[in-house]
Design a protein around this ligand. Structure first.
Ligand SMILES: *[C@@H]1O[C@H](CO)[C@@H](O)[C@H](O)[C@H]1NC(C)=O
Ligand SMILES: *[C@@H]1O[C@H](CO)[C@@H](O)[C@H](O)[C@H]1NC(C)=O
Length: 483
């Protein structure tokens, strides 16, 4: 397994890391970013680590999912980028690249094979110390996600995120991580993309994300999973703030993914806003909006559906006054993952092709907004869309509605186009466009953006797409292991 650079893309990013990037070919002006702006890259445990066998790690819901539902290339995460063994050379690559921060995730089942903190795997605990030490030695600051989708299978078997006990279990696991690594880790992300998890993990007709298999009654259980994600985030953040922040002096936040929904016509502004609040506000509003709670438009829509469906209670659970209070200000920053913009229309009989899977999901039916793509935003047949202005719009929404909270773009990037491989011109175009949008958001709109984490450092295991989508700044010659 050899790792080599995608030279052109790296050159483009290095250019930004030097804080001076010719963003517009027609202009000779260079874009200046704030001095303390963080240039970084991201990965997650299951997608890069490998080292799954004979290392004391327990199975996760993704291990089982891949046995039950094969992915695009019938691959597994058994070896992936072999970061479990190759972390020293990964750190050297990061140093070479000149990035200052690295976002990775801790594999919960590697630390706790059964999920509960009474049985720890010492080899796993040591691995993250070694990884963090190796980063620090190379001048790279670790940014750690506690949960990036690889739930211990034994907790998955107890209902996973549908079980209210997850809040306690996650809190215990988080406390262990803060205690063990908090002297060296100064930025924590509790949970990655709760929307993706709730909608595609717990309520997808086509099994695309673990755990899958919860389709029955998922029109309400999807919101229960989302509810438990929020409460688990609040629990972990409270533990950090109460027990560790004063001494460890780090930050805690959450990573939420958002599509931007552009209204088709001026009559579609409410539809676009509803779609955005249903996706992003579902998780962000309770944490960042001064009023807290679920977004008002989302609650109203769920109340309409309650009446229509003849239910006694709405499918969206209620947050208690105490929970609303705990969630408010439970994050020092927002982590934002952005890949997609869509057009939103209130006209459900539009003739454009339906945006799939968004609109075909139960979530899409609840939102009841017609979502489609502009042909010029399409990138091949990929699910990613090129519309950097959408990112700028989201940053402005956050500024306006969430008190201009500090934002780290914790993921943005695109897979290499077929045939381009390491001469990846279309990726350079994509990344430059988005960095340009971030620059305008900072300098022209005064948005409080603190950093940009490129997805991803390495080509890696892209879940249901297996190794077929190459997002890496570094090319990895991956051996595919069939499950
Ligand atoms: C994956 O496995 C399925 C079922 O065994 C098979 O039909 C399919 O051709 C395989 N796909 C690849 C890319 O190997
Ligand atoms: C809705 O879209 C369809 C198909 O594009 C069109 O024929 C119809 O006139 C639209 N309805 C409204 C109210 O705009």
């Amino acid at each position: 397994m050899a790792t080599s650079m995608a030279p052109v893309l790296v050159a483009a990013l290095l250019c930004c890391l030097g804080l001076s990037l010719p963003l517009n070919e027609k202009s000779s002006k260079s874009a200046k970013f704030p001095k303390d702006f963080v240039w970084a890259a991201a990965t997650s445990a299951f997608q890069v680590e490998g080292g799954q066998i004979g290392t004391g790690r327990g199975p996760s819901i993704w291990d089982r999912f891949l046995v039950l539902h094969s992915n695009k290339d019938n691959s597994s995460g058994e070896v992936a980028c072999d970061t479990y063994h190759k972390y020293p050379s990964d750190s050297a690559l990061m140093k070479d690249l000149g990035i200052s921060n690295y976002r990775f995730s801790i594999s919960w089942p590697r630390l706790f094979p059964n999920g509960r903190v009474n049985k720890v795997n010492p080899e796993g605990v040591k691995y993250y110390h070694d990884l963090i030490d190796s980063l620090l030695k190379n001048g790279i600051k670790p940014v750690v996600t506690l949960y990036h989708w690889d739930l211990p299978l034994s907790l998955g078997d107890r209902g996973g995120w549908l079980n209210d006990a997850m809040v306690d279990w996650f809190g215990d696991y988080a406390r262990f991580c803060f205690q063990e690594y908090g002297a060296k880790v100064k930025q924590w992300i509790t949970i990655n993309e709760p929307h993706t998890q709730s909608v595609y993990g717990y309520c997808s007709q086509v099994a695309s994300h673990a755990p899958g298999g919860f389709q029955d009654n998922c029109e309400w259980s999807m919101y229960l999973a989302g509810h438990n994600f929020l409460l688990a985030h609040a629990r972990a953040a409270s533990i950090y703030k109460r027990e560790f922040q004063a001494t460890q002096k780090g930050l805690v936040g959450i990573t939420i993914n958002a599509n931007w929904y552009e209204p088709d016509t001026s009559r579609d502004a409410a539809a676009a806003n509803l779609a955005f609040e249903f996706m992003f506000g579902w998780f962000a509003n309770a944490i960042f909006h001064p009023k807290g709670d679920y977004p008002a438009v989302m609650k109203r829509r769920m109340e309409v559906l309650r009446k229509k469906e003849g239910r006694v209670t709405a499918r969206l659970p209620k947050l208690t006054a105490e929970q609303i209070k705990e969630l408010k200000n439970s994050a020092d920053f927002l982590g934002l993952n952005y890949y997609v913009s869509l057009i939103a229309s209130a006209n459900m009989s539009r003739s454009e092709p339906l945006e799939s899977p968004s609109m075909k999901s139960t979530w899409g039916r609840d939102v009841n907004v017609f979502m489609f793509s502009r042909p010029e935003w399409q990138i091949g047949d990929s699910w990613i869309r090129y519309h950097p202005e959408g990112l700028r719009q989201i940053l402005n929404f956050v500024k306006k509605n969430y008190n201009n909270i500090p934002v780290y773009i914790t993921e943005n990037g695109v897979m290499g186009a077929p045939g381009e491989d390491m001469n990846d011109k279309s990726r350079i175009f994509y990344v430059k466009g988005h960095i340009d949008a971030v620059h305008k958001a900072i300098t022209e709109d005064s948005c409080n953006v603190k950093g940009y984490f490129f997805w991803s450092l390495l080509d890696n295991f892209e879940w249901h797409a297996g190794y077929t989508e190459r997002f890496g700044m570094y090319h990895v010659s991956i051996l595919t292991f069939t499950v």
